[in-house]
Design a protein around this ligand. Structure first.
Ligand code: F3S
Length: 61
């Protein structure tokens, strides 16, 4: 299982992560949070991390 986290201090709420992996990330008060690290494959989560404009998502396998 991957360890996924969102840095709340750098997330600007662009929602690309939620669009890419809606079962992993959710928006809370305009920022992304991890709701289920098993909601998508590690590859998809990494895709979301790479798509984040502020590199706020960290993925550890
Ligand atoms: Fe925030 Fe990046 Fe997602 S800015 S909303 S963690 S794509």
């Amino acid at each position: 299982m991957a360890k996924v986290s969102v840095d709340q201090s750098t997330c600007i709420g662009c929602e690309v992560c939620v669009d890419t992996a809606p079962d992993v990330f959710e928006m809370v008060d305009g920022k992304a949070q991890v709701k289920n690290p098993d909601g998508a494959s590690v590859d998809v989560i990494k895709e979301a991390a790479e798509a984040c404009p502020t590199e706020s998502i960290k993925v550890e396998e």
